[in-house]
Design a binder for this molecule. Sequence first.
Ligand code: AMP
Length: 214
Amino acid sequence: MNIILLGPPGAGKGTQAGLLEDKFDMVQLSTGDMLRAAVKAQTEVGKKAKAVMDAGELVSDAIVSGIIGDRLDELGPDKGVIFDGYPRTAAQAHALDEILSERGRKLDHVIEIAVDEDALVDRITGRYTCANCNAGYHDRHKKPSTEGVCDVCGSTEFKRRPDDNEDTVRTRMTEYRGKTAPILPIYEERNIVSRVDGMGGIEEVSDALNAILS
Ligand code: AMP
């Protein structure tokens, strides 16, 4: 099974992809995570991507489609994939069709996680993660039970994404509305689109996804 999770920044794609990985023994391919790793490692891709990401704009189609193709080649052909944050433009959607067909794969589902934009800004601008184990927290909605100490691993180091500030989030939303949401009709024509309400709790959204995929 190969699926795409679509939705604006902060819709919960990454969280839900992580849950689906365990439940369906699939692999999450997040271009955002891969790009952040490239920035951290200061690779050529990372150097090109950093300023664009900090501004909340989109990295070039060729770069992201290239890294997706490379990652798929590292996976066994039978491993199902959850695309998280890719494709984000019509050019990427067409590139993905080719990338999949060259590897004997096909898309089974495209699931849009629908959310209210103002609530998203509140969600995103408060979020942070444990620097050691990546557990997710939020300034207002999910503080660690002991202030400053990770509930999962006990670390006292936390980090925030540099692009999780209000201005950049608004730009990321505009990019989503202008370039990513318009690719839905490509998949609607193939009758593979489903929608879930992303404003519920993590478990509710997860149940809705499981119902679609089971
Ligand atoms: P994300 O973690 O998915 O929110 O992505 C963080 C940032 O990485 C985005 O704001 C873009 O700058 C860049 N990015 C991630 N995925 C893509 C993609 N498929 N196409 C272009 N830029 C991307």
